[in-house]
Design a protein around this ligand. Structure first.
Ligand code: AMP
Length: 425
């Protein structure tokens, strides 16, 4: 007797051997990046009380209104987690972590569930990695998080990485901005999509997020939050930008970038990229500051910032042939004295998490650079007696065929900045 075949639930995928190896390689890289930045993993249940998500994500959002896998078990409403921040915030409060450590860096990973219409790259069970920092108001940690993510995408060979940043200000700025937006959209409200008409009363900020064609004209002419921002919020945003500049992270300010919920504050960001099966430039994931969330969930006022990325989407964006091999910085010493210094330089860079290879076999500069190209290195450091004597090295951009003298003391900083800028190359 044979039964009819039973297939997996729509939108929920098997990951078969072959693919699993790619997943594991990606996850290993992600874990390595989070660890190097001081994040420690937290594991929370896949099922949480439904009110946690209603309060933590918010009524009026697509997730809470339409997409949650909710059920009642022994009279208790429960939901398969649609994202990770609410559970992490609940655990932070429930275990009194705020009283134990002033700043908490947590990362998490695992399956999430949303009843969305399945499509390529959009599933009902999908997988996220996310990080949260609790207890630090920024803007230093905001810039550090963005820099970490740019470096992570570089390691994963995602192309054309672009960073968009914006600020939503604190509660005062947001209220003023909300009023400005209502004043802007209200007179032409008949021309807006139905969703946006509704949001005009529930959450006008989210109109800026609309993908409806009908809304685009009004959105393009909408006022910017920067027109109404107060001094403290502006100082925070300027601080974020100054840190990003100092780190050499290329970014664009996008005044239309928003996160809809009330407890989102100040910094918001989005990372875009192209490559692999993702094709042309596309949003990869975003994050932001939510200084009001912990309080909203019953904890003490605690500033916080975080992001979550979808593993499936990142896998689409990485180039398949060479999944996660980071091309090394290539150090080419000319002569005995330089060889010793090359080893010291390499150790210094590796200490910063930069993959580095020293050419130990000597030979002509030309032959050494041929080896650098074979390894697909983007940057080479060349040093000989002349450079040693003047306390400098040659930094070669192998793609652009340019080189410049860099003081030895500035080398690690210059290399880190050069690699960050390569992200946009
Ligand atoms: P969100 O929590 O909505 O900000 O989403 C964070 C990231 O998770 C997104 O950028 C996506 O990469 C991924 N993601 C969200 N929803 C889905 C889904 N239904 N299927 C696959 N990936 C998703």
């Amino acid at each position: 007797m044979s039964g009819r075949a039973i297939n997996a639930v729509k939108g929920m995928n098997d990951i078969l051997p072959g693919d699993v190896e790619r997943w594991r390689a990606l996850e290993a890289t992600l874990r390595d990046v989070w660890r190097a930045h001081g994040y420690r993993e937290v594991r929370t249940p896949i099922v949480e009380p439904t009110p946690l998500f209603v309060r933590g994500i918010g009524e009026g959002t697509d997730i809470v209104d339409k997409e949650m896998y909710s059920f009642v078990f022994h009279d208790e409403p429960m939901t398969l987690r649609p994202e990770g921040t609410a559970g992490a915030a609940r655990a932070y409060i429930e275990h009194g972590i705020h009283a134990k450590e002033p700043v908490t860096r947590w990362c998490y990973e695992g399956p999430m569930f949303r009843g969305e219409r399945p499509a390529r790259g959009r599933y009902r069970q999908f997988h996220q990695h996310g990080c949260e920092v609790f207890g630090d108001a920024g803007p230093l940690v905001d810039a550090e998080m963005i820099d970490m993510l740019v470096g992570m995408l570089r390691r994963l060979h995602v192309d054309d990485v672009q960073v968009l940043v914006n600020t939503l200000g604190g509660p005062g700025t947001r209220d003023r901005y909300r009023q400005r937006l209502v004043a802007h959209f209200e007179p032409n409200k008949d021309r807006l999509s139905d969703d946006s008409k509704r949001r005009l009363t529930t959450n006008p900020l989210r109109i800026l997020d609309s993908k409806h064609d009908r809304d685009q004209e009004a959105i393009a002419s909408a006022p910017s939050v920067l027109d109404v921002i107060d001094d403290d919020d502006r100082k925070h945003f300027d601080g974020l930008r100054a840190h990003l500049d100092r780190l050499g992270v290329p970014y664009k300010v996008d005044p239309r970038l928003v996160r809809g919920l009330d407890y989102y504050t100040r910094t918001v960001f989005e990372l875009r990229g192209s490559g692999g099966e993702l094709g042309a430039q596309n949003a990869l994931f975003g994050g932001g500051r939510y200084d009001g969330l912990i309080e909203e969930l019953g904890g003490p006022p605690t500033p916080a910032i975080g992001f979550a990325l979808g593993v499936e989407r990142i896998l689409l964006a990485t180039t398949a042939e060479k999944p996660f091999v980071e091309p090394p910085v290539f150090v080419a010493p000319i002569g005995e004295r330089a060889a010793g210094e090359a080893l010291v330089i390499a150790r210094e860079l590796r200490g910063l998490g930069i993959v580095t290879v020293v050419e130990g076999r000597g030979g002509s500069l030309k032959s050494m650079l041929r080896r650098a190209n074979a390894l697909e290195s983007k940057i080479a450091i060349v040093l000989g007696d002349a450079e040693l004597d003047r306390g400098a090295v040659q930094l070669k951009d192998l793609a652009a065929h340019q080189q410049r003298d860099v003081p030895r003391t500035d080398l690690s900083r210059e290399i880190a900045a050069a690699l960050a800028s390569k992200v946009n190359a």
